[in-house]
Design a protein around this ligand. Structure first.
Ligand SMILES: NC(=O)c1ccc[n+]([C@@H]2O[C@H](COP(=O)([O-])OP(=O)(O)OC[C@H]3O[C@@H](n4cnc5c(N)ncnc54)[C@H](O)[C@@H]3O)[C@@H](O)[C@H]2O)c1
Length: 318
């Protein structure tokens, strides 16, 4: 099966590509290698993390905002399925540059849906986000909860994806599944996310910013669990679906930090700060819908953080 993955040099994209190749699929990776975080990490995911897979995937450097570029890739490759992960992915940075978030996350998304219809793609899976739940106070967050009150341009762009996907499913019969990812972590992870920031600061003895006195809670989700759930979605044709994908244990930020300290072997210096605009105090996933398709998360933070810190230590020679 040929599966086009946008954001293929990203954290989730590269890990999903690897698992797809392990079972014999051919990923077609599209990425613009932008500098939202160090592009060297993106290049290394391709040249080091995927080094044993040379010849089993193809890589196109380009931008999903460029419809002509996408048309050339689709025409040449004729992918049967699409996994759209390319996006500007930072909640806080979306408040600084909301136009960029609308351009990439909404206009780029429409470009891909247009290609999927034109080239008769069989299944279209895309990254939504737990941030669509905004300040929802009912926990756990279920797909049936109202999500009409996003609190960042990023969250609004992901909610827009779900609305626009519905149009394409309804009008053109394109099966679409939006995955609401809950805080993903693991080796080769993103440098702008808490685990990475806390780990590097702890290694280097710098203070870490702990928002809301550490009273944030999350369903941290290990990358391998995200990958297996994403593959279940790719394998399942649903006329229109939106599904949560998150770990099954709610963890406080403080517990998360404790485990990092144990793995690094050093106490973190903590700077307690108030909650930030756009941040959500608690995100807890109701994952029954994806479970019904046979998926379940299996990695606890004790193991997952250890795997991350081991990777970090080697990659950055910490
Ligand atoms: N990691 C998480 O915790 C999390 C949680 C919820 C949702 N998501 C979503 O999952 C998807 C993947 O996230 P990730 O953590 O792997 O992020 P990532 O930033 O590592 O991956 C995204 C990739 O998309 C590429 N990209 C960005 N804009 C592009 C453009 N205009 N054209 C082509 N490529 C472009 C980037 O270069 C990057 O490699 C994103 O859509 C993100 O919003 C992630």
């Amino acid at each position: 099966m040929k599966i086009l993955i946008t954001g293929g040099a990203g954290f989730i994209g590269s890990a999903t590509a690897k698992a797809l190749m392990d079972r014999g699929d051919t990923p077609i990776l599209v990425d613009n290698f932008n500098d939202y975080y160090d592009p060297k990490l993106k290049r290394d995911r391709i040249s080091k993390f995927l080094k044993d897979y040379k010849g089993k995937f193809r890589l196109y450097k380009g931008d999903i905002r460029d419809a002509k570029f996408l048309d050339r890739v689709f025409k040449k490759e004729r992918p049967q399925k699409v996994l759209n992960l390319a996006a500007m992915a930072g909640v806080r940075s979306s408040l600084l540059d909301p136009r960029l978030y609308a351009d990439v996350n909404v206009m780029g998304f429409i470009n891909l849906l247009e290609m999927a219809v034109k080239y008769k793609v069989k299944n279209f899976v895309y990254a939504s986000s737990s941030s669509v739940y905004g300040n929802n106070t009912k926990v756990p967050f279920a797909e049936t909860d109202p999500v009409d009150t996003p609190i960042s341009p990023y969250a609004a762009s992901k909610k827009a994806n779900e609305l626009i996907a519905h149009v394409y499913s309804h009008i053109y019969g394109l099966p679409t599944t939006g995955l609401r990812y809950f805080t993903v972590y693991g080796p080769w992870g993103r440098p702008d996310m808490a685990l990475f920031l806390f780990t590097s600061a702890t290694f280097e003895g710098r203070p870490i910013d702990v928002y809301n006195k550490g009273k944030m809670s999350r369903n941290f989700t290990y990358i391998d669990d995200i990958v297996s759930g994403t593959i279940v979605a790719l394998d399942t044709l649903q006329p229109y679906a939106v599904m949560n994908i998150g770990g099954d244990k709610e963890e406080t930020l403080m517990r998360f930090i404790e485990v990092i300290e144990e793995c690094v072997g050093k106490k973190a210096k903590k700077r307690m700060l108030p909650i930030q605009p756009g941040d959500v105090p608690s995100t807890v996933a109701d994952i029954r819908k994806l479970r019904k398709l046979g998926w379940k998360p299996t990695t606890r933070i004790e193991q997952g953080i250890k795997n991350f810190v081991d990777w970090y230590r080697t990659y950055y020679k910490a």
